[in-house]
Design a protein around this ligand. Structure first.
Ligand SMILES: Nc1ncnc2c1ncn2[C@@H]1O[C@H](COP(=O)(O)OP(=O)(O)OP(=O)(O)O)[C@@H](O)[C@H]1O
Ligand SMILES: [Mg+2]
Length: 264
């Protein structure tokens, strides 16, 4: 056994720095966060870096059509269309319900894994990157199945040499009622957040977990730049909670928490 861990660059310099160079090979990483906070764009960068490095790339899209993903990538000068035609990338469309070979008609976990394996066979031998955007879509109407489905998908795909990003939509209600799905079984968690501050939308990222990695534990502000994509602006010293709520509201919450603790 060697201590050497091979890492896959995300293609975003500022993010790779937070991860000792990248995501360990064969990891299953949860990408989570609220709507519009950068999960899909982050995933697109990860795939684009795979195309550059000659990896076999598979992108499963449940929230947007294949065309929408290709168009979003092209806005950042990433040539997904070309990669598809060159046999380097397969985008599995699970939204439009079309009958073509690379579409999924139903959000069924078994159909998902067999389609991913079929895509890998088609792309051929070699290191592979897989994005499932989003995995939580597979249990939308049955949130109690989140853990069982995530476990099944990880278990089946772990027989293959895939490095996987599983996007999960953060929903407080679901998390509270049923616990986490993807996060429990993931080797890593990268959490995106978005907040309104001073009337401006701000986005952040924090690596919450990455096994076998001395990762950054700090929140970093990010932005999406036209023609470029996701960029890391820098470290945020304060906790994300401090950003979210006005100080007086925060104080009231802390006061009430202290009173409860005193009672207990
Ligand atoms: N060409 C662009 N130039 C600048 N900003 C852009 C561009 N394209 C997208 N964005 C920004 O990125 C956001 C979308 O990010 P992304 O699709 O990664 O979100 P997400 O976390 O996947 O959301 P969801 O959960 O809804 O799928 C847009 O709302 C917009 O603010
Ligand atoms: Mg998205």
């Amino acid at each position: 056994m060697t201590g050497e861990i091979r890492r896959l660059k995300t293609g975003i310099a500022g993010i790779d720095e937070l991860l000792e160079g990248g995501i360990p090979e064969d990891f299953f990483v949860a990408i989570t966060g609220e709507p519009g906070c950068g999960k899909t764009i982050f995933s697109i960068h990860f795939i684009n870096q795979g195309i550059i490095e000659g990896d076999k790339c598979i992108y499963v899209t449940t929230e947007e059509s294949r065309e929408s993903i290709v168009r979003q990538a092209s806005q950042f000068n990433m040539k997904f269309e070309e990669a598809i035609n060159d046999g380097k990338l397969i985008v599995i469309d699970a939204l439009m319900g079309r009958e073509d070979r690379w579409s999924l008609q139903n959000l069924d976990p078994e159909a998902l894994v067999s389609k991913i394996v079929e895509a890998k066979k088609e792309l051929g031998y070699g290191r592979a990157r897989v994005v499932i955007d989003s995995l939580s879509a597979f249990w939308l109407d049955k949130p109690a199945m989140a853990r069982r489905y995530s476990y099944f998908i990880k278990k089946v795909l772990s027989k293959w040499s895939f490095t996987i990003l599983a996007v999960s939509q953060y929903a407080v209600t679901t998390a509270e009622s049923f616990g986490w799905g993807v996060e429990h079984i993931a080797d890593g968690i990268i959490r995106f957040r978005r907040l309104l501050r001073g009337g401006e939308l701000k986005r952040f990222v924090v690596v919450e977990k990455m096994r076998q990695t001395n990762h950054s534990r700090y929140l970093h502000e990010i932005d999406v730049k036209p023609g470029v994509g996701l960029v890391v602006l820098g470290r945020v010293d304060r906790r994300v909670e401090d950003y979210r709520l006005p100080p007086d509201v925060m104080r009231k919450i802390l006061d009430s928490k202290r009173r409860t603790e005193e009672v207990l």
